[in-house]
Write a protein that binds this ligand. Structure first.
Ligand code: HEC
Ligand code: HEC
Length: 185
């Protein structure tokens, strides 16, 4: 006990961080990163700071097989609803990590055309920070954004009928520009 108090006085920040991350979240952090580190692969999404209800719905969809991904279906196999809610809550309450993604003037031109014509901000909100069931896109990893929009377009991600219809007619090059633009906002 005395040792603990002493350790807390000397290393307060270290102790708090170590206590805060629940064991279940450490597994996620190994691939998705944390509020301080980016995911280990450009095609893996940031979870830290993402909308709570959106995260929970995705976990449920992976579990039910409505959203298909071999890795994530394995991850959620042993989680019940209560555990999925708790882990979604935990990640939604962490800050978004610092990112430094960039886009150029041509990306911006192509992206803004799509944003205006499909009214993305009606749902994702003006700064693309999302809300509840609608995910934050701002500063998300460009590799992941591109992959998942192409997955909607080519019907590999089928858990959201609205989004399927949306990308059907958007050219691949415009999707790539959108991904860079959203990540660099
Ligand atoms: C071995 C690597 C790995 C681990 C461990 C892992 N994930 Fe994932 N996760 C992925 C990949 C890859 C994707 C992207 C799937 C796709 O492209 O559709 C993903 C996608 C997701 C998504 C969808 C995000 C979005 O923006 O749509 C959520 C939510 C998620 N993971 C939550 C978790 C949680 C919670 C944990 C820990 C309990 C976890 N993941 C552990 C690799 C992993
Ligand atoms: C009618 C409301 C609506 C509109 C308009 C809309 N979205 Fe979405 N978007 C959603 C919802 C809801 C989801 C979550 C779908 C799911 O659960 O799979 C989503 C998911 C996404 C995702 C997946 C994010 C992730 O983390 O996996 C991307 C990328 C995206 N939208 C981009 C766009 C872009 C770009 C536009 C405009 C061209 C747009 N959306 C327009 C409601 C909308």
């Amino acid at each position: 006990m005395q040792w603990l108090i002493l350790a807390f006085l000397i290393f307060p920040a270290a102790l708090v961080t170590a206590q805060e991350m629940p064991p279940a979240a450490e597994v996620c952090a190994g691939c998705h990163g944390t509020s301080e580190t980016l995911p280990i692969d450009p095609a893996y999404p940031i979870l830290s700071g993402q909308q709570y209800y959106y995260l929970y719905v995705q976990l449920k969809d992976f579990k039910a097989g409505r959203r298909e991904n071999e890795i994530m279906q394995g991850v959620v196999a042993d989680l019940d609803r209560k555990a999925m809610k708790a882990i979604a809550r935990y990640w939604s309450e962490q800050p978004w990590p610092r990112t430094a993604f960039t886009y150029d003037a041509n990306d911006r031109k192509l992206a803004e055309q799509a944003v205006v014509s499909a009214e993305c901000t009606a749902c994702h909100l003006g700064g693309f920070e999302g809300n509840s069931r609608v995910p934050r896109l701002r500063n998300q990893q460009p590799g992941y954004l591109q992959k998942t929009m192409l997955d909607y377009k080519y019907r590999r991600r089928r858990n959201s009928p609205n989004m399927l219809a949306l990308f059907k007619t958007v050219p691949d090059a415009q999707i790539e520009a959108l991904a860079r633009y959203l990540s660099g906002l």
